[in-house]
Design a protein around this ligand. Sequence first.
Ligand code: FES
Length: 117
Amino acid sequence: MSLPATYEKVCALDELPTVGAALADIGGEKVAMVRTKDGTVHAVQDTCTHGAVSLSEGEVEGCSLECWLHGSRFDLRTGKPLSPPATVPIRVYSVKIEGDDVYVSLTPSPIDENEES
Ligand code: FES
């Protein structure tokens, strides 16, 4: 099975922290690559919507990523802020795993309400 052309290989799975975030540059777009405790990999906008700081330097907690500067947490599935002061969602990108490789599509896709993950 091949992926749609919009997906770009970002890294190998073992290049990501077991639980945590790492910064990736995908065609000039800064993306936080996040692996949660259950092993799910997420890709989200790296820059906090409250201030210009890198979210990949924040802590992963459950299915959220915390901004290290003021403590807003963002839902990794929807990008929505779960706690103040941030009020604007971050972008969420689609992730596919093929073998040991992680692919991300920067093409915005609506959240699939029916997706169980
Ligand atoms: S800069 Fe991220 S919450 Fe303020």
